[in-house]
Design a protein around this ligand. Sequence first.
Ligand code: CA
Length: 237
Amino acid sequence: MSKPRVLIVEDEPDIAELMRFHCEREGYEARTAASGKIALEAVKKEPPALVLLDLMLPDVGGVEVCRRMKQWAETKDVPVVMVTAKGEESDVVAGLEIGADDYVVKPFSPRVLMARVRAVMRRNSEESAPAPTNRIERLDGRLVIDADRHVVTVCGDVIDLTVTEFGILAHLAQRPGFVRTRDQIIAAVHGRNVVLSSRTIDVHVTALRKKLADLAGCVETVRGVGYRFAESLVPAE
Ligand code: CA
């Protein structure tokens, strides 16, 4: 089996080399593109298994690269991990909303970067396999979401959630560790006769956490971006 190929889109050579080193050490084949234009040509010619995408690029910016990739049939399913500088939260939100999978903030630790790459690769291969999605078990079975019956249990006890709280929790729990923006959450919960604004999401999340009691920490706030379901939970003291 050939190695999965990662395309590293980064205009700073030192950072690109650092990423290449760590990708290759993890067993991926790594290629680099120093501009958005080069990256777009490369992904179209030969779609990689994953793209690490710097947002500040000399010609075509990262968000635009992602937007075009998601429009093309050949590249729309290629996962994208954005690599951003601090203070680019609005770009991160824009990127997530057009289909980027995740992001890492510079300066990144190689360990964190590769953990995100592995998680996105893993998630992508799981998604291509047919999986029952109506029952979600998380946190070693302490949280169970049964979408058919619209029932949530925390450590075996049924908790009483509103339609909106249920929708938010079910949406976030589908992809632990991945941030969803408020607009993405609204879109996911929409259509269940629920009117939801950006601001009211925070209110619903607060109520949801209260009901989750010991598991409240599983709904994490990502400042400036949105919310995320925790990959693991440190037990409360
Ligand atoms: Ca850059």
